[in-house]
Design a protein around this ligand. Structure first.
Ligand code: ASP
Length: 417
């Protein structure tokens, strides 16, 4: 990526860090009077993020699901792949859920200027049946217009599956179209994210100017909680899956995947890392092209363990910071929507933060305070994004290795005795 060849100050993560520092300084010096003057930059950035979410999710899911293609083994391979995606992402979400409930990084956090904060009304479905009815749109255009993301994701998955099962002519035409649309949306997302330093400056100035520096204490604990949970998933959960499901030695798998891990860490993009992931999985791990080309491209888009964990932990953190007590049922909604949101997140930097609105929306958390906290989270998002992207692609590679083993490929990594 051009990122690597440019001077350090031109790289996005440095610019975001500098913008954050400038925002802190401006907020501290300028105080509440400065807030209306620069706060709008943050609002503009959040609006840009919201603007791209519907087309990004639609193109990302439809092209990912549809690219699975046809063939005799499709059903079995598809079942195994989706089964693994679901299992690993669900485990990741549970790790995040448990960690945030134990550490409670958001409780008592003064991010929104506690005195003026009013607890938002919660508007959530009251039963599994209601949730199911909410997921299925009566009118898909209306669902998209209202950014009803669960309904949009549901329709996109069905649409992708249907594309894969129509005749070759139609399939190829639509595959080409949705793939092209996805590339365009990735480009557009990249352009919007390029605006992040200015947006972050506006958001942080507003944050510090209106509620002081205290907010960062809570964010520090939140970041540590996330790093801890991502580490648990990367170094405990996924290695356990490798051993139990694939009889694969984790230390060897880590060594085989090191280049892709470093690449994911430095690009913050599963999409940009995909060629390296494919190369490592085929050449080092020893998975056949038949399986890696099936599991990895779709995995880069829909199987994002780190992102799923982040969606769950981030949404719970916001609820805690707002003083909203989530019932068990609402937490279950967070788990399910975090999983779906991670499916909907594109494999580009900061995509996870864009789709957190899906989870928040599902439990009725919206409004300026929520946007303020998301803005604050964005300011420290880059290092977290780097780490969760590495977790995302490592999970894909574990899935490819485990599925290859289950398909009788014996040359995969080294077998634990
Ligand atoms: N950057 C992540 C990825 O590409 C997505 C996210 O923001 O969580 O995998």
């Amino acid at each position: 990526m051009s990122d690597q060849t440019q001077p350090w100050y031109w790289r996005l993560h440095w610019q975001i860090l500098i913008a954050m520092a400038l925002g802190i300084a401006a907020g501290l010096i300028g105080g509440p009077e400065l807030v209306p003057k620069v706060g709008w930059l943050g609002t503009l950035f959040i609006k840009l993020l919201r603007m791209i979410i519907v087309p990004l999710v639609v193109f990302s899911i439809v092209s990912g699901v549809a690219s699975v293609g046809g063939g005799r083994d499709l059903g079995r391979l598809f079942g195994k792949t989706v089964g693994y995606y679901l299992l690993s992402s669900a485990l990741a979400v549970i790790v995040g859920l448990v960690a945030v409930n134990l550490v409670k990084p958001g409780v008592g956090a003064n991010i929104t200027g506690a005195e003026t904060a009013t607890v938002p009304e919660l508007d959530t479905p009251s039963s599994p049946i209601e949730l199911l009815l909410d997921i299925v749109p009566a009118n898909v255009v209306e669902a998209a217009a209202e950014a009803d993301m669960l309904a949009v994701i549901f329709f996109s998955i069905l649409f992708g599956i249907s594309i894969a099962s129509v005749g070759e002519g139609h399939r190829n035409r639509l595959l080409g179209f949705f793939d092209a649309g996805f590339q365009v949306m990735m480009k557009l997302t990249g352009g919007v994210i390029r605006f992040a330093p200015i947006g972050v400056f506006g958001l942080i100035t507003r944050l510090v100017g209106s509620s002081g520096f205290d907010s960062f204490r809570a964010l520090g604990l939140y970041a540590l909680t996330l790093v801890f949970s991502l580490s648990v998933h990367l170094f405990v959960t996924l290695p356990l899956l490798l051993i139990l499901l694939g009889r694969i030695r984790p230390s060897i798998h880590f060594r085989n995947m090191i280049e892709a891990l470093v690449m994911a860490f430095s690009t913050s993009s599963s999409g940009a890392t995909l060629p390296v992931t494919l190369e490592n999985v085929e050449k080092n791990v020893g998975v056949s092209n038949r399986i890696s080309s099936f599991v990895l491209p779709m995995g880069a888009t829909v199987n994002m363990d780190g992102t799923a964990l982040y969606e769950c932990a981030g949404a719970l953190f916001i609820a805690q910071a707002l003083g909203v007590d989530l019932s068990l049922w609402q937490q279950l909604i967070v788990v399910v929507t975090a999983l779906l949101a991670s499916v909907g997140a594109a494999a580009v930097p900061s995509a996870g933060l864009v789709v957190i609105f899906i989870v928040l929306e599902a439990i009725g958390l919206r409004g300026p305070q929520v946007e303020l906290i998301v803005g604050a989270m964005l300011a420290i998002d880059r290092p977290l994004d780097m780490y969760r992207t590495a977790v995302n692609i490592f999970s894909d590679s574990c899935g490819a290795a485990i599925i290859a083993r289950s398909e009788g490929e014996t040359e995969v990594d080294r077998v634990v005795a």
